[in-house]
Design a protein around this ligand. Sequence first.
Ligand code: FES
Length: 139
Amino acid sequence: MESKSITAHITNRAEIKSGAGEVNCSGSYALIEKVNQYRSEFGTDPTLWPIKAVNDSSDILINEIILKSTNQYAISYSQDELCHCRSVATETVIQTIKQDCHTVKEISRATKAGTGCGTCVPQLRILLSEILRSDLEKI
Ligand code: FES
């Protein structure tokens, strides 16, 4: 059983925490409902939960807590700023994806990332692919 505390969150919106044999969440009715379903189907240890296709932000947070619990969570881009033309932080882009912006166009509209030289657009697509657990060709 995983004992360290692990968190996945959407800033000012929803959070899920795992540790000491428990999973707790707050901030989103949809997230609470899904976590309750996972608990009743698979138990309280998120290392035993299956990764599922992403339909909404709740799925993103649940997948994140599963992947962090099994030491498989990875975001390949490690610099603080992702879009240098528009000074958009990587975390801002990640949070925007978690808040249901699931295309480059939606991210650009929400953050302005990718609206300058376009050099960062391939990295935006990679981040989308990693967070949505989707093939890059489908992004
Ligand atoms: S680096 Fe993002 S548009 Fe130029």
